[in-house]
Design a protein around this ligand. Structure first.
Ligand SMILES: C[S@@+](CC[C@H](N)C(=O)[O-])C[C@H]1O[C@@H](n2cnc3c(N)ncnc32)[C@H](O)[C@@H]1O
Length: 331
């Protein structure tokens, strides 16, 4: 796999990429990481890459020309271009796995107030955020993505280490212990010393499910659980506040479509329409033109290995819309 990183601060990558697993993966020829200075594509003597924002406001914005020149030079036809952005889709393990399947990834680190929107429209395939906070630049997020992706590239780390980890199968890993058996009066659970591999596997699985239920119940709806395990899950502590019929009617009468209302209020589009009809609302005729992403947009993202579910989440539409667009793209 090849990863190109475009940044204004290439030296920031010296340390992290010269140590541990990312270095070993490069030394073994499994991953090639190339860090480029965007200023190398600036056209003027001062190597200018930023300018003041149109419309006023604080800070500087990265100009489109050097950045698009840089992206087009390194993507070389097959590169999937990801902009690190506080406004991007949250980075998670399934995304890391999807990116690790690509042959060529281009990571663009923004800086200052961000990048000119036309770069995103014309040359970026997707935007990824590493969390709901704002960093000074996309360099640390790019390092996070390189690290998470590199360890998933086949051969980089032992396959067995990846199987029981947190976020594999949508669960957190359970508690782990090493020597000594007794540490300050806390003993290792006896099952781990029993040598009974089946019992140990069951204990670990239960620990993983319980820990996820305690710490990250939000992961459970999409976790890989058997029906027996799902049926035994503890009851969720708090439920999402329910949306009233009156709220749905007000939202619909303000001109917003039922699909969008469904996504915003966390109910299915069919439920929204049924409840609106029951509340006596006259439904507007569906607009002729298909809404949501185009067939070409869906097709392009599908090629990166996203599942239909990923695509629906990514574009904020139902899986039916995604299937429809994929059919159209084949027509
Ligand atoms: C100061 S931030 C710009 C924030 C931007 N004005 C906004 O409000 O969304 C500068 C750059 O840092 C990167 N960045 C900041 N926070 C990030 C996050 N949570 N995830 C990924 N990249 C981030 C992006 O590349 C961004 O262009």
């Amino acid at each position: 796999m090849r990863i190109d990183v475009l940044t204004l601060f290439p030296r920031m990558f010296d340390g992290p990429f010269a140590e541990s697993i990312v270095k070993r993966a490069q030394d073994a020829g499994l991953v090639a990481v190339h860090v480029h200075d965007v200023r190398d594509w600036a056209a003027d003597r001062h190597r200018t890459v930023d300018d003041t924002p149109y419309g006023g406001g604080p800070g500087m914005v990265m100009r489109p020309e050097p950045l698009t020149r840089a992206i087009r030079a390194v993507r070389a036809g097959d590169g999937h271009v990801v902009l690190l952005s506080a406004q991007g889709r949250p980075f998670d393990e399934p995304t890391a796995r999807r990116l690790a399947d690509l042959a060529h990834l281009v990571l663009v680190a923004g800086h200052y107030e961000g990048v000119d929107e036309r770069v995103i429209e014309g040359d970026v395939d997707e935007e990824i955020s590493i969390g709901d906070y704002v960093l000074t630049g996309g360099e640390l997020p790019a390092m996070v993505v390189v690290d998470a992706v590199t360890r998933l590239v086949p051969g980089v780390i032992e396959k067995a280490s990846l199987v029981q980890e947190s976020h594999t199968g949508g669960l957190l890993e359970g508690p782990q212990y090493t020597r000594p058996v007794d540490y300050e009066g806390r003993r290792v659970p006896p099952v781990l010393l029993s040598g009974d591999h089946k019992a140990i596997a069951e204990w670990r699985r239960a620990g993983s499910i319980n820990r996820t239920a305690e710490r990250r119940p939000d992961l459970l709806p999409s976790a890989d659980l058997t029906p027996e395990e799902r049926a035994r899950l503890p009851r969720p502590a708090a439920r999402r506040p329910r949306v009233s019929d009156e709220e749905l009617v007000r939202a619909y009468r303000s001109g917003v479509g039922s699909y969008r209302i469904a996504a915003r209020f966390g109910v299915s589009p069919a439920t929204v329409r049924a409840r609106l009809r029951d509340a006596g609302v006259r439904m507007r005729p569906a607009k002729g033109a298909p809404r949501g992403p185009t067939a070409a947009e869906v097709h392009r993202m599908r090629k990166t290995g996203m599942t239909i579910r990923d695509l629906a989440k990514h574009f904020g539409v139902s899986h039916v819309t995604i299937i429809d667009r994929l059919r159209r793209s084949k027509a």
